[in-house]
Ligand binder design. Structure first.
Ligand code: AMP
Ligand code: GLY
Length: 428
């Protein structure tokens, strides 16, 4: 099989690598990919995600069996619709179904119509009305840009001033452009956060193992929100009962609700959830794999990833088996991220035996062809081991052995699961 992956980050690196692990797959192309992927045998294609005609032309002439879309932007630009119109096989939601991620107001409508538990909210385009609602509700409160903002359009406000500031920057100063022309003001949910992803084929939902992301930039969940600074799986502090409840009350009604709405979903559905005292509640839906969740979750997939996608595209039942191992991934980011960040630093290329590298914001230096940092999230270091404690020890040992100039990472990825384990073993 010859496969094409659209995207250029660590998530796409992990997907492409997992595809190549199947002996049935002879070639994996990534468009545009990044030069850090080449060491793993992934072929880079210099076509941007938004150039649908060139991508279709490539998939046609290369006789690509199917294409898989990593990021949300091409999905919302209708890449699936365009490939299908050209008679090509592609896995992902079409433009309309991708709105479950593209508009928070649309996602809320689907949730409301299908009794999917989520934070109470209202959406606003008028700043004065938003502020009046905030004053009425009080803090903490959450302000979200309606459209896409690369994980940065969410402000968890602890003071009224902060909440007003967020409303002003989105509705008055337009810092997120059109994406922030509408804001969702949402009830603050207290509890552990987790990501539950599933392969979805219309009404059929095949859940993956859960992961926990770390959205804040610095240790102990301090600093600004980012695209994600590290993840791990399993998440032992979230019980199987809560996971089952989330599948029943969130994923299945969402898949059915999308059909009822006339926008059936085929692709990866990602529910960002908070385990509240009243049960799991949704804070966001994404129409794709998470980054960095994918870099850990796919390491726990025993069965062949390309075989699953091939089966789903043929409307057949896929074989999906997960292992009992533990995976931790730590993002190495450029100093300054998620604000203006450093570029051009030399990036490590030799992974210690225990670890895998997944590259994201990297480029080739024109002078000496070394790999240099070119994006905010530069790479992710991942370790799979028999348990989380071992994976955490080994991932930080691996990172300690690297030279990381003008880059930073969180040193507490996995701590929430492990401190809980330490506490419960004390009480035993
Ligand atoms: P999102 O981009 O919607 O995932 O939001 C980014 C982060 O903000 C989430 O990962 C949560 O940590 C936090 N967050 C979002 N919505 C809420 C909420 N309603 N209550 C508490 N925290 C939230
Ligand atoms: N890790 C969060 C996301 O991919 O949206």
């Amino acid at each position: 099989m010859k496969l094409l992956i659209i995207g250029s980050g660590g998530r796409e690196h992990a997907i492409a690598k997992k595809c190549l692990a199947d002996p049935q797959v002879s070639h994996v192309f990534c468009a545009p990919g990044n030069p850090g992927m080449e060491k793993d045998g992934i072929d880079l294609i210099a076509i941007t995600e938004s150039n649908h005609p060139a991508l279709i032309d490539f998939a046609t002439t290369q006789q690509i069996d199917w294409t898989f879309v990593g990021p949300e932007v091409p999905l919302l630009n209708g890449i699936v619709d365009d490939f299908q119109a050209a008679g090509l096989q592609i896995f992902g939601p079409n433009k309309q179904a991708a709105m479950i991620e593209g508009s928070k107001a649309f996602a809320k409508e689907i949730m409301l119509a299908n009794q999917i538990p989520t934070a109470a909210y209202r959406s606003f385009t008028n700043s004065l009305e938003a502020k009046a609602y905030i004053e009425d509700k009080g803090v903490p409160i959450v302000i979200k840009a309606d459209g896409l903002a690369a994980g940065k359009g969410v402000v968890v406000a602890l003071t009224i001033e902060e909440a007003f500031g967020a409303v002003e920057s989105m509705l008055e100063q337009n810092v997120f452009g059109e994406s922030g022309a509408k804001v969702v003001v949402e009830e603050y949910l207290a509890g552990e956060e987790f990501s539950l992803l599933a392969f979805v084929n219309r009404e059929k939902v095949y859940p993956m193992v859960i992961a926990q992301d770390h959205k804040r930039a610095y240790d102990h969940d301090l600093g600004p929100n980012t695209g994600g600074m590290g993840a791990y799986s399993p998440v032992p502090q979230i019980s199987q009962q809560v996971v089952d409840q989330s599948i029943r009350e969130v994923l299945q009604p969402a898949a059915q609700g999308m059909i009822d709405h006339g926008t059936p979903f085929v692709g990866i559905l990602y529910a960002g959830l908070i385990a509240t005292k009243e049960g799991p509640k949704v804070i966001e839906f994404n129409a794709r794999f998470g980054d960095p969740e994918t870099q850990v979750v796919l390491n726990r997939l025993e069965s062949s990833f390309p075989a699953i996608i091939t089966a789903l595209l043929a409307n057949q039942e896929p074989e999906i088996i997960w292992n009992d191992q533990a995976s931790i991934g730590v993002v190495i980011a450029a100093e300054g991220y998620p604000g203006a960040y450093q570029k051009g630093m030399v990036v490590p290329t030799d992974a210690p035996d225990t670890a895998q590298f997944y590259y994201a914001g990297v480029a080739k230096n024109a002078e000496n062809a070394s790999l240099v940092a070119s994006g905010g999230r530069v790479m992710l270091v991942e370790v799979t081991a028999s348990d989380l404690a071992t994976a955490q020890t080994e991932v930080y040992q691996a990172i300690d052995s690297l030279s990381l100039n003008e880059m930073f990472y969180r040193s507490d990825i996995g701590d929430k699961a492990l401190s809980l384990a330490r506490k419960s073993s004390k009480t035993l």
